[in-house]
Ligand binder design. Structure first.
Ligand code: NAP
Length: 234
């Protein structure tokens, strides 16, 4: 007897115009998932990565994550949909050599709002669409680990990812039903943010992360993990 095909799964990837978000979109499309991917402006790379045969599986939405009205509008457009996996990937870097006493309030706010507040607004808005069998993933960084911060550098970026991690733990503590919550470290990856000095390519990081998300989905609890599935110290 032929087994019936498994139902199509859907992922929402926030921040998929390039780098790791684009890589995740490509990988999930290749795996037969329906991919809802957000960009601020540039749709071209996403369209190209789907190619003509997978384009029907790709929905591109416009979202600047720092604008609450745009988050609310997207939530309204996706009302009634099931999102099996939510990945909030969008993020920005601060200058590596900038010390906390030197940064302008405007730049501090930009990094904190983009990397900590906005991802959590999105998690709060969309978590209701994610079933217990699914997963909510925020793109964190080992640079957000307080334990591992023995070298300093990129001080505001580190602080923003530490803030994101702790806000996710607060979110986790408020959940009344089982949920899979992951703060993900993708490794140091060759993207615009990671630079060409990074040891990992996007494909290796992305395949690792997809494997980890697959393995963790449906397991209740909050973890800080890397793309190999190893626990990162808080
Ligand atoms: N690469 C690494 O080694 C590494 C290591 C640890 C963690 N991470 C984390 O992984 C995530 C992705 O990094 P990446 O290396 O792929 O960086 P990237 O190549 O610089 O890409 C950043 C992505 O975030 C989007 N973005 C930034 N601000 C946004 C906003 N306000 N609204 C919507 N989208 C916004 C960008 O969109 P636009 O094209 O519109 O600018 C782009 O799609 C980040 O959260 C980063 O902190 C990266």
């Amino acid at each position: 007897m032929k087994s019936s095909p498994s139902p199509e799964k859907t992922i929402l990837i926030v921040g998929a115009s390039r780098g790791l978000g684009l890589g995740l979109a490509r990988e999930y499309l290749a795996r037969g998932w329906r991919v809802i991917a957000t960009v601020r402006l540039d749709r071209e790379r996403l369209i190209a990565c789907a190619g003509s045969e997978l384009l029907s599986k790709l929905e591109i939405e416009t979202l600047d994550t720092t604008l609450p009205a745009q988050i609310a509008a997207l939530r309204e457009r996706l009302a009634g949909r099931q999102i099996d996996v939510l990945v909030v990937n969008a993020g920005v870097m601060s200058r590596h050599d900038e010390k906390i006493g030197e940064i302008s309030e405007q730049d501090f706010n930009w990094v904190m709002v983009t990397n900590a507040l906005s991802p959590m607004r999105i998690v709060e808005e969309f978590s209701g669409l994610v079933p217990e069998s699914g997963a909510i993933v925020v793109m964190s960084s080992a640079m957000g680990s307080i334990t591992r911060n023995t070298t300093g550098g990129a001080e505001v970026y580190r602080a923003s990812k530490a803030a994101l991690n702790t806000l996710m733990r607060s979110f986790a503590s408020r959940q009344t039903k089982p949920r899979t919550l992951l703060a993900m470290h993708p490794g140091w990856v060759r993207t615009e943010m990671g630079s060409d000095r990074a040891p990992l390519d996007v494909e290796t990081s992305v395949r690792g992360m997809v494997k980890v998300i697959d393995a963790e989905a449906g397991k209740p609890g909050m973890r800080f993990v890397n793309y190999k599935g190893e626990t990162v110290e808080w």
